[in-house]
Design a protein around this ligand. Structure first.
Ligand code: SF4
Length: 257
């Protein structure tokens, strides 16, 4: 039987390895962005003081860069939104000095929310936009953070609902048809939103709309979303002059190879 509370648990191992490998620098030809994961540490004296947030940004960037270099990541809940959950949970655990058991329990709490989302809407951005990817990742992370902080199940569910409500309606419009940008920024936003939502729930804020109703609203919003904003590359940032220029450059580069 799989022992989740084991240092060698493959899923956690892959997540941690991506966080460690990212700042060492990753490379892949067909890619928009160069390595940036090391920049937070390098420029830490210039940054707005927010240790936990800055660590989470760095961890999320590391995982996204390993993904963009075709390295091993855990697509939890999806490939495009693979970084928010490990970056936020492991980042927070490292910042607080928490161990493996706490991280595993946080991931299980996150997985409970993921299961509810899978049941109600699924995670396909082609169906409901980025709210189903980064929104789901943020809600899962928020519940995981509440668990890390020793909060109750009710607070975890409330945090997930707040996180999803904050992200409702997020469209899918990748630049140059690559799963890189705005995905990186949106994973970071999902992590930071998770921290805020977890603290709101832990402080006793009212989530107003409960999670089951929020999930139903997300499903409805996904259905109302124009097809140009659902993975077709026909709307939003995808059709900006910059996106088209990057796309052309990458295609030309690929032909030369
Ligand atoms: S923009 Fe698209 S690929 Fe990127 S995280 Fe959102 S849904 Fe995923």
């Amino acid at each position: 039987m799989l022992n989740l509370f084991n240092e060698k648990t493959p899923i956690l191992l892959y997540m941690k390895t991506a966080i460690e490998k990212g700042p060492e620098g990753t490379h892949y030809e067909d890619r928009i962005l160069g390595p940036q994961a090391y920049l937070i540490e390098k420029n830490k004296d210039k940054l707005i003081p927010a240790n936990i947030v800055n660590r989470v940004i760095a961890y999320i960037t590391a995982v996204m860069e390993v993904k963009s270099a075709m390295g091993v990541i855990v697509a939890a809940p999806t490939t495009g939104a693979c970084a928010a959950l490990p970056g936020t949970i492991i980042g927070m655990a490292d910042e607080l000095g928490l161990g493996l058991d706490e991280v595993v329990k946080a991931m299980l709490a996150a997985g409970m929310i993921g299961g509810l989302i899978a049941d109600k809407t699924g995670f396909a951005a082609e169906v409901g936009g980025c709210q189903l990817e980064c929104g789901a990742a943020s809600a899962m992370s928020a519940a995981g953070l509440v668990q890390l902080a020793g909060g109750s199940a009710e607070e975890g569910v409330s945090a997930a609902s707040i996180a999803l409500q904050n992200i409702l309606g997020l469209v899918y419009d990748p630049v140059a048809n690559r799963v890189e940008w705005p995905c990186l920024g949106r994973n970071v936003m999902a992590g930071v939103n998770a921290i805020a939502s977890a603290n709101m729930a832990l402080a006793g804020y009212d989530e107003v709309v409960p999670l089951d109703e929020t999930l139903e609203a997300m499903r409805e919003v996904g259905g109302l979303m124009h097809f140009k904003l659902r993975c077709t590359g026909l709307g939003g940032l995808s059709v900006t002059p910059t996106s088209k220029k990057i796309h052309t450059e990458l295609e030309q580069h690929a032909k030369k190879e």
